[in-house]
Design a protein around this ligand. Structure first.
Ligand code: ATP
Ligand code: MG
Length: 212
């Protein structure tokens, strides 16, 4: 279970997150909704350790941790960002393989087996040797999800996973998120698509802009 307690974050004089708290139970899908500029991406960046909150507590299974410092725990939390951040100079396979090999100290054989499984379950077989610029938006997203899953996170976060997708692909991503839930992964989905959020989520959390 992931708990956020009284998270505060300001940029300069502007308070973005004001005593934000939420609880994400294991294996649930929590959707974070709210208007543009409310602080949804900022919240994800704080959870991922890319932004440091001014104050507040993060607890994973009851133990407090600092996402920006505690790399061991932070790796249990994966994030798929809106622009995917794929390595442009690496093939799909290498994008997925790089981090687990470097960070998780997997052998080549272990990494290859895991990547083969991910490539298959995310239907990336046909594009495995291609480079990011040769992929469609939906394919890039699946590579980004495969890359995050290769780190074996217990919690996976997404920033606007449907924003670049047509309605059919939107449903495909929804199905994938529900399938990952069945596989035991806890997920946090930031979206401004209220309907999508209601379709997939066990819990909706609204982030409100403070100065609107
Ligand atoms: N690094 C930064 N420095 C200064 N201000 C920032 C920074 N990052 C975000 N902000 C501001 O914080 C506010 C919240 O931004 P954020 O990206 O979290 O919103 P959001 O809810 O994700 O919006 P959207 O739905 O448009 O993606 C915005 O006003 C933004 O300009
Ligand atoms: Mg955002």
């Amino acid at each position: 279970m992931l708990e956020l307690k009284n998270i505060n974050k300001a940029f300069g004089q502007r308070q973005i997150l004001n005593n934000f708290s939420m609880t994400v139970p294991d294996q649930q899908i929590v959707s974070i909704v709210g208007p543009s500029g409310a602080g949804k991406t900022t919240l994800l960046r704080c959870i991922a350790g890319l932004e440091k909150p001014d104050s507040g507590t993060f607890l994973l299974d009851g133990q407090s941790f600092d996402p920006s410092a505690d790399r061991g725990r932070e790796r249990k939390i994966g994030v798929v960002f809106q622009d995917f951040n794929l390595f442009p100079n690496l093939s799909v396979l290498d994008n997925i393989t790089l981090a687990p090999k470097m960070v998780n100290n997997q052998t080549d054989k272990q990494a290859a087996k895991q990547v083969a499984d991910l490539v298959e379950s995310l239907s990336l077989g046909q594009v495995a040797k291609q480079y990011p610029y040769q992929l469609s938006g939906g394919q890039k997203q699946r590579v980004a999800i495969a890359r995050a899953l290769a780190m074996q996170p217990t919690i996976l976060c997404y920033d606007e996973p449907t924003s670049a997708l047509d309605p059919t692909l939107r449903d495909t991503v929804g199905e994938l998120i529900l399938e990952l839930k069945q596989r035991g992964i806890t997920q946090i989905v930031v979206t401004h698509d209220q309907q999508f959020a209601e379709q997939i989520a066990d819990q909706l959390v609204t982030v409100k802009p403070l100065d609107a």
